[in-house]
Design a protein around this ligand. Structure first.
Ligand code: THU
Length: 138
């Protein structure tokens, strides 16, 4: 696994926690924040944004990822996720697939609880056999 310094993880969790404050989650009342760090050292933040029709709801992880991709970022060092839960929050399946499009399989995913306790997993552990562009080659 790629090594991340403890102070870097703590910084990303602090930023993700600030992002969580911006969540629009009136239906679930479950706020999530994400901090995606690029290889060049930039941080992109996201929160979950819900919708009365439910289906258009978007997770914090994808908001952070899509903001970064829009800005032209294509290589990522790590992502940190924090929520209102006392359990460590891991990305949903859709977000795992979205991350797999742009992030290497060994990218660390930092899954934290609301008190900042965390565990780190490689993306490939969370999404084995991800479907990628390679699967569409002859
Ligand atoms: N949610 C996220 O933002 N990220 C996750 O990793 C899990 C779920 C959001 C979606 C929805 O707004 C709320 O949490 C409850 O599922």
């Amino acid at each position: 696994m790629k090594q991340l310094h403890e102070f870097e993880i703590k910084k990303m969790l602090r930023l993700a926690d600030e992002a969580r404050e911006k969540a629009y989650a009136p239906y679930s009342n479950f706020r999530v924040g994400a901090c995606l760090k690029t290889d060049s050292g930039a941080y992109y933040l996201g929160c979950n944004i819900e919708n009365a029709a439910f289906t258009p709801t978007v997770c914090a992880e994808r908001v952070a990822l899509f903001k970064a991709v829009y800005e032209g970022e294509r290589s990522f060092e790590a992502i940190a996720i924090i929520s209102d839960s006392l359990n460590h929050t891991a990305p949903c399946g859709v977000c795992r697939q979205a991350l797999a499009e742009f992030c290497l399989p060994d990218m660390p995913v930092i899954c934290a609880d609301r008190d900042g306790s965390y565990e780190v997993h490689e993306l490939r552990e969370l999404l084995p056999m991800a479907f990628t562009s390679a699967d569409m080659e002859d």
